[in-house]
Design a protein around this ligand. Structure first.
Ligand SMILES: *Cc1c(COP(=O)(O)O)cnc(C)c1O
Length: 418
């Protein structure tokens, strides 16, 4: 049985890929509001505990309009730069709804966040010292490295022995020393073990580690388990979604056990990015050429890695759908082994390798599934290409432009006259 995500979800509402590209240009990011809201609600209901909160990790996608929807659904946010704090505020998030999980930030950036009233989580002893010098007597959070990581690629495993992130628990005495030295109050601890786990186990194990780290500190107002919740990128071949019910039940019982044992009631947080935003986004592009090269059929598109970096950066897999010239989904049984490439002058510019896809012609449309997370947010103007527009299909099935496409003038925007 064949599975087509856009058909299953009525993804494009009252419109179709042809109309969308004609209206907004190709390539194009398209988001579906109902899918986004559904994912938000699933995570908001994950844990049954009164002081449970969700911080959306804004780096996965920080489109202002999508952030507004996420905020409407009651999520707070996790920022990794002052730029994200700035955009989050514009989307309606209050400073006290943002946690800045910083990494190697300058004194200036730290000061901006402190003045804004955003809680900062520091992730090294030297950054804790810097915080103390700038803001003695202040409140701060610390990111620990629970000693074990998880993720879909070396590049996104953010705990364990081979990563730059977090403070190892063996340095707890030093942390306490610095807290005392600057009269700081540690109000929270967090961790983030990595991105894209499909089995609850490593997350639960890491949650246990941070709960035991928490026993070393009094006055904690929050304990943050981090993000990394995976989504099935291979739906067409039957990959199942993360068992959020199981994960939620396990987290809930861990939390209640801890609360009962310690007679404390801190806020508990999770920090997902991808899970919230990946599946509501699809990247559309146009086929401009096809060719045979040494037994490989290449489908040449405008989907360069400046538009979607994940496959080139992490060897990531995205399901592909093909639409004909008129925007209709192609479901022919005929399949050809094809490699979909972009228009960037590098041989690593490949969206998908050796896939059995319907035969395509010039003018056909390629849909890259699950492109909402780490898609637009990693776009660039490499090769002086224009970053695409972003469109949302709202709850009535109508398409609304939420970010315009770059113009050629944008390419000149920051140049000085000399
Ligand atoms: C990136 C990041 C996340 C979100 O990761 P996902 O895999 O998108 O859920 C959460 N917390 C921190 C600190 C991060 O850097």
């Amino acid at each position: 049985m064949e599975y087509y995500f856009t058909q299953e979800t009525n993804f494009f509402g009252n419109t179709n890929p042809r109309e969308l590209l004609d209206k907004y240009g190709s390539p194009l990011y398209v988001y579906n509001e109902m899918i986004l809201r559904k994912r938000c609600r699933e995570i908001m209901e994950l844990v049954d505990y009164q002081k449970y909160k969700v911080n959306y990790s804004a780096k996965a996608n920080s489109n202002l309009h999508l952030l507004k929807i996420i905020h409407e659904e009651g999520l707070h946010a996790d920022a990794v730069s002052y730029g994200e704090i700035y955009v989050l505020e514009m989307a309606g998030f209050k400073p006290q709804e943002i946690l800045f999980t910083s990494n190697n930030i300058s004194k200036d950036e730290m000061e901006l966040a402190i003045n804004k009233g955003v809680t900062i989580s520091v992730d090294s002893l030297s950054q804790l010292e810097q915080f103390g010098r700038i803001n003695p007597g202040g409140t701060v959070a610390v990111r620990f490295n629970p000693g074990k990581g998880a993720g879909h690629s070396e590049k996104v495993i953010t705990a364990g022995n081979n990563t730059k992130f977090g403070i190892h628990p063996e340095y707890i005495p030093e942390v306490k020393h610095i807290l005392r030295k600057y009269n700081l109050r540690l109000i929270g601890i967090n961790q983030h073990i990595g991105s894209l786990f499909m089995d609850p186990k490593p997350y639960i194990e890491a949650a246990k580690s941070i709960l035991s780290i928490a026993e070393n500190f009094e006055s904690l107002e929050f304990i943050d388990f981090g993000g990394g919740f995976g989504i099935p990128y291979r739906k067409q071949t039957g990959e199942k979604k993360l068992n959020v019910k199981l994960l939620g039940d396990q987290l809930t019982s861990l939390i209640h056990d801890w609360v009962n044992k310690h007679q404390l009631q801190p806020t508990f947080l999770v920090e997902p990015g991808r899970y919230i935003i990946a599946e509501c986004g699809i990247l559309l592009g146009t086929v401009h050429a096809t060719k045979q090269n040494n037994n490989t059929t290449y489908i040449g598109t405008d989907l360069g890695f400046n538009v979607l970096l994940r496959p080139a950066m992490y060897d990531s897999y995205h399901d592909i759908e093909v639409y004909s010239n008129n925007g209709a989904l192609i479901k022919d049984n005929e399949r050809i082994n094809s490699t979909v490439v972009g228009n960037i002058c590098e041989s690593g510019d490949i969206i998908s390798r050796n896939r059995m896809l319907p035969p395509v012609k010039e003018g056909y449309i390629i849909g890259v599934m699950d492109a909402g997370a780490y898609g637009y947010s990693m776009c660039s103007n490499y090769n002086n290409r224009l970053r695409p527009a972003e469109v949302i299909i709202d709850k009535n099935g109508s398409d609304i432009l939420i970010r315009r496409r770059d113009t050629f003038e944008d390419l000149l925007r920051n140049f000085t006259t000399i």
